[in-house]
Design a protein around this ligand. Structure first.
Ligand SMILES: Nc1nc2c(c(=O)[nH]1)N[C@H]1C(S)=C(S)[C@@H](COP(=O)(O)O)O[C@H]1N2
Ligand SMILES: [Mo]
Length: 251
């Protein structure tokens, strides 16, 4: 039994690797895009097989917490909407939740907190080659999904942010509903026991612990449920994905 599983895992890994190795060559052709998309689907399935959708990312102890949690990307959104909220200490903040949901809503931070809360100490890995361990407190995204009721056919959760990462280009990200319902996927409002600092995404940011840093959208403005993210941004599921990064950024 163990041998068969090991064999199956190795085969799947090899298959995923082989498919991906051809990426550079095939991406130039028009069909390349489709092949690439399916290669990524293979990676995702292989990864889900190796670590099932319920597997937890490693959690650490208080002693492991990094003295400084390095801020990266946007660290002070300069949009008027964000600046106005910041001036009032985010008292006027409402998270918008809409798209393919039964009960679209706008929630204050207190209303969000009342849906449930969880604290976890995890390691954040950025593609730029640095990591940091932090203690995050937030509302499980699953609890919010239960509150709004995804409609039949909804497949992805899109996170729209307050910051323009380039002039007139807002940061955004997306994950699928499996990742969204994972117990460690949080809408975090605190870091290391204090309200989330502006540099790290105040007042609310995503934690999606089994994926790389750029998936963890900061400065959440609006959460939208969709059947496909083809119509959002440039259609690849996130700002960095529109610039060539992979949509599924499993660690
Ligand atoms: N809205 C928004 N979210 C973002 C980014 C950003 O520039 N804007 N940068 C991403 C990247 S690349 C990383 S590594 C993390 C950094 O989170 P931190 O600033 O708390 O370290 O946020 C991610 N989420
Ligand atoms: Mo990053």
């Amino acid at each position: 039994m163990t041998d068969r599983r090991t064999f199956l895992r190795r085969t799947l890994l090899a298959l995923g690797g082989a498919t991906l190795a051809g990426c550079d060559r095939i991406s130039e052709s028009e069909t390349g895009t489709k092949v690439l998309a399916s290669a990524e689907a293979v990676t995702r399935r292989v990864q889900r097989f190796l670590s099932p959708s319920t597997a937890l990312a490693k959690e650490f102890t208080e002693a492991d917490i990094s003295p400084v949690f390095k801020p990266n990307g946007s660290t002070m959104p300069d949009t008027p909407a964000y600046q106005a909220l910041l001036r009032d200490g985010f008292s006027g903040y409402r998270l918008e939740v809409d798209g393919m949901v039964e009960r679209p809503t706008r929630l204050s931070l207190d209303e969000l907190k009342s849906l449930g809360t969880r604290t976890q100490i995890t390691r954040h890995d950025c593609v730029e080659g640095w990591s940091a361990i932090g203690k995050w407190t937030g509302t499980p995204l699953a609890a919010l999904l239960d509150h709004v009721g995804p409609k039949e056919g909804a497949r992805y959760v899109v996170f729209h942010c307050f910051d323009n990462i380039e002039e007139d280009t807002p940061y955004y990200e997306s994950i699928d509903l499996v990742e969204a319902r994972h117990p460690q996927t949080l809408l975090a409002y605190a870091l290391n026991g204090a309200p989330l600092p502006v540099a790290n995404g105040a007042p609310l940011r995503l934690r999606v612990e089994r994926q790389l840093g750029y998936k963890h959208a900061k400065y959440l403005r609006r959460i939208e449920l969709v059947a496909s993210f083809a119509e959002v941004g440039e259609g690849n599921g996130g700002y960095w994905e529109d610039n060539g990064y992979e949509w599924y950024a499993g660690i």
